[in-house]
Design a binder for this molecule. Structure first.
Ligand code: ES4
Ligand code: ZN
Length: 325
């Protein structure tokens, strides 16, 4: 049977994690003090109490303002290093990490401050037994023009960015809104992924767009794909991975979507388990595996397949995958 120790012990890759979502209350308060930013709370308990959300918009309303405490390169470096230090115990061997440059550039923090801080940390992650890479996300509730500007800002740093993604509020912001900039990103050699959040309006149409029109390499969340046997079959045949986040799902839609995750897993679709925003959902990756397992009765084989999938759909060369599998 599946124990916490068993789940922790399995080597795994984390493929759906927002670096800004790793900001623990302790670091938030320390950076607020250092940078003289009033965040409205002064104790850990107060910060924790402010973490009340039952939907994506209510989560994002806590999430973005908190980022004000991130000001200089060292702050971004510290944030990412704290994550690597923490997930050592979870046996994370490889991590592809999202970051949101627009959440910082729009409040006056230069792009280079963000990328230099994060990149320095990922270069040092090996110290904690983790290899890592960065995925830059566009905020889909901002304009396509803003995404284009951000893409231009990223080009001089292309060697430091493995892939490009799309996150934030999906309502009214379909993948097609960003088709042009993702076409450019693909042509420039970036890997491509997009969030297709749980139970969105037009969920299946959004999933169809990312697969057929944008031709993504992966889909973040995307478990509504089970509603379309044709798209499910396509994802299976083409090895398009899904990065699901059960505990996060539980917060934003009150359903971990374990039934869908297991269905996809057993059909042979490369679905994975990830933590999304671990500081906010108080669940690091092994906890996500374990919580899902307890709620849906996963077998040890299910856990092993999920972990294997995480390396299989990672954006690393086949020779390197072989060393993890
Ligand atoms: C996010 Cl849970 C979630 N959904 C969409 N965008 C996000 N960015 C960070 N967490
Ligand atoms: Zn996410």
């Amino acid at each position: 049977n599946v124990t916490k120790e068993f789940v922790r012990g399995i080597p795994k890759a984390e493929l759906h994690l927002h670096l800004e979502g790793t900001l623990e209350p302790e670091l938030k308060l320390a950076l607020a003090e250092k940078n003289k930013i009033d965040i409205g709370q002064t104790t850990i308990e107060e910060v924790r109490k402010s973490y009340q959300f039952d939907s994506l918009p209510s989560f994002l309303n806590v999430y973005y303002p908190a980022m004000n405490v991130l000001q200089d390169e060292e702050d971004f470096y510290q944030l990412a290093m704290a994550y690597f230090e923490k997930v050592q115990a979870h046996n994370v061997r490889y991590a592809e990490l999202f970051f949101d440059p627009q959440a910082h550039t729009t409040r006056g923090v230069p792009f280079e401050t963000v990328i230099n801080g994060y990149y320095r940390a990922i270069q040092e992650s090996e110290k904690f037994g983790v290899q890592s890479a960065l995925i830059m996300c566009f905020l889909r509730d901002m304009s396509a023009e803003s995404a284009e500007e951000t893409f231009e800002q990223a080009l001089p740093y292309q060697d430091k960015i493995l892939g490009i993604g799309l996150d934030s509020d999906e309502k009214g912001n379909p993948p097609s809104k960003f088709a042009a900039v993702f076409k450019k990103a693909k042509a420039a050699g970036f890997k491509i992924t997009m969030h297709c959040d749980i139970d969105q309006e037009n969920s299946i149409e959004h999933i169809r767009q990312v697969i057929e029109d944008i031709q993504v390499d992966r889909i973040d969340h995307g478990t509504n794909i089970v509603e379309s046997p044709a798209l499910t079959q396509y994802a299976k045949e083409h090895g398009i991975g899904l990065t699901s986040c059960p505990v996060s799902n539980g917060f934003v839609v009150d359903d971990m979507k374990g039934k869908e995750i297991l269905q996809l897993l057993h059909e042979g679709v490369k679905v994975t388990v990830n933590s999304d925003d671990p500081a906010y959902f108080q669940s690091y990756i092994s906890d996500d595996y374990f919580t899902l397992s307890e709620a849906y009765g996963l077998t040890p084989e299910d856990i092993v397949t999920l972990a294997k999938n995480s390396f299989e759909i990672a954006w690393i060369p086949a020779e390197q995958k072989a060393t993890y599998l």
